[in-house]
Design a protein around this ligand. Sequence first.
Ligand code: IMP
Length: 339
Amino acid sequence: MRKTVCFDDVLLEPQFSDITTRTSVKLNQHIKNLSKPVHLPIVSAPMDTVTEATMATSIGQIGGLGILHRYNTIEEQVKMATEVSESGVLFGAAIGTTGDFIERATALVWESNVNILCIDVAHGHHSNVRYALEALKKTFGTTIHLMAGNVATLEAFNDLSDWGADSIRVGVGGGSICSTRLQTGHGIPTLQSVIDCSKSDRDTILIADGGIRNSGDIVKALAAGADLVMIGSLLAGTDQTPGEVLDTEKGKRKVYRGMASKEAQNNWRGSFSSIEGVSHTVPYRGCAKEVINELVVGIRSGLSYSGATSIQEFQSKANFVRQTTAGAFESSTHIEARY
Ligand code: IMP
């Protein structure tokens, strides 16, 4: 049985740097079948407590990407997409692989100019995804960027690339609100999946997705070969996520929930089957742009520790080392444990 690594198992070796100002570190990426580059490698997750029109617009305005969730009617999603599309930012919208997905995709592209369609299923290495990708490629050619996932292995990454995906969400079972591994026993630590999928010889964009907790994890995901990272919990609780701010005994909070949680399933289809996520509240955190800007400061600083001024240079230079459990303890702040 092979050994795998997760974010806390590794660190990046600091390297010689002559970078005097971190703003000289560039984070822009050219993405296949998108009319313009993205300026930040950050994508907001298509979840009903993360990305609707307000989040997609905000993250788009600072150079990232938002993917509108699909847990609504076609009309509701098209209305959200139209709202974002007026602001002129790059953005995407999620769709499924069965039922009305072609009708939904067509409405999103033709009525509201989405730039990206995201085939959003939990187990992406699936014949339904092949069918959906082939049907969408036939309908839209290269005019629309097709994102698909989620996958955990190189074989799956290559298959989805060959079926027509332009970008692939990599990570199964690692999300902060995810109980897939508990419920099904399946999954691979997200960082390991990124390392494995980055060995692909296809030119498909790799999106690390699930379990990213801070800018350090983003830096590690990029070092491992991710072109972009998708985040849910890091944006949860901000003003730009859907949902009310709740006044609780623990202070102001907002709901953040897995789309396969009992609560989310009950809301969007009136029943539930395999529960593979949880619903939770997280502290209210103010403006998403400020939260993202803080992450960006950390990412830029991260690249500079490896002496790199671009993501490409960083990926060619970055050197991982493994750490022990004692090392992981030293790596987190540990004053609390001593005094
Ligand atoms: P986070 O950034 O660690 O909070 O993870 C967000 C990611 O979790 C999303 O982008 C999805 O890939 C994944 N996800 C969302 N809902 C669920 C769920 O209910 N079960 C498992 N994974 C989920």
